[in-house]
Ligand binder design. Sequence first.
Ligand code: SF4
Length: 400
Amino acid sequence: MANIGYIQVVRHCNHFCGFCSNPTTPYTHNFDSMRVLVDDFVRRGYFGVILTGGEPTLHPELPDIARYATDQGLHVRMITNGWRLADRKFAKALGEAGLRLVHVSVYSIKPDVEARLRGLPDTLGRAYAAVDNANEFGIEVNINCVINKLNADHLDLNIRHWIKYHPHIRHFVWNNLDPSMGRAEVNQDQFTPRLADFELSLYRALRMLHKTGRTFRVEKVPLCYMTDFAWASTETRKIVKGEERIVHFLDAKQTVRQTDWEHIYSDSCEVCSLREICGGLFDRGDAYDPAELHPVFIDRDSVVEQIIRDPSDPSYKLRSLAQWRADFERRLDEARARPRRPPGPREEPPPEMRDGLIPVGQITDRGQRLFQAKRRSESRKAERLGVEMESLKHQGQEGS
Ligand code: SF4
């Protein structure tokens, strides 16, 4: 199966998003501490690795670790705000290091909205330069977008822009805002959308992409808010194919191995035809409202077939419905036999998601000093922008 792991290579950033779920910590990586994580993905038979952050391009050894992972046979990707990729020389160096795909994150093509979300002006021009530079140096480009209160009404307008001005981009990823961590947790009123806020603009955006032959994925959106495109839900695809995800967090959480893609459900989910393949409502900050969920009555197997027969994932082998059903029933039986988590809000991550065998990064004296300096400058920015600073509970600095 096409499992892909994540390594947070840094946790600081040159932008200051008010809903950042992975803000600055005192943990740092060097080449050797990243190398063992890459080796672990190789040992597990993973297909690829996503280098992320913070802003990963701020790590001086990023090209070296990209080269190393490529040499070990991994498909190497990166999630970035694009600021440094706007420099052609830097984009070229990453292309030569084997980086195959870059997810450039842009929230809104409206300059004032993007500036508010990014915490600084004039980032859009650099993001546009980044996608064109990456394309020039042979790195495939995807656009990532966090759905939030400020862009919820114009996700389709964003797509219109990308299709018109950057037609080489063929794949788009949306993440509904994760309100459980970092600054997102303490700024929910400003940034967490209601599902109904983005339902229409997301539908229009997906339909536009589908009609023009482009592809997409949507994470943390329940299937009742994307019924025509249920096969594009990240959680549904993972439930259907039985995939896992490992994230090496550069903070006190350390390694999290996620095999359970189900979140929260309402009573109405019990009669929904998609219940068994739906990730439900992403609840972990208690921010979204289960009353917004409504059952749907569409054919589950037609959604499954679109996933298991997807030619873009040749690694998935059970291509007939009968084979898939037998495998899925077996996995459901195993899941039913496991003790259930208690309902309601829970600590992040739950203990069964922890892997914890490999130390992720380290806290050094220098890392501590840089963290304290960064936190002081970010506190001033937060005050200027009218957002709250994140709690320190997962940053390795509890109580400080
Ligand atoms: S009603 Fe529940 S199970 Fe059905 S699509 Fe919505 S969240 Fe999923």
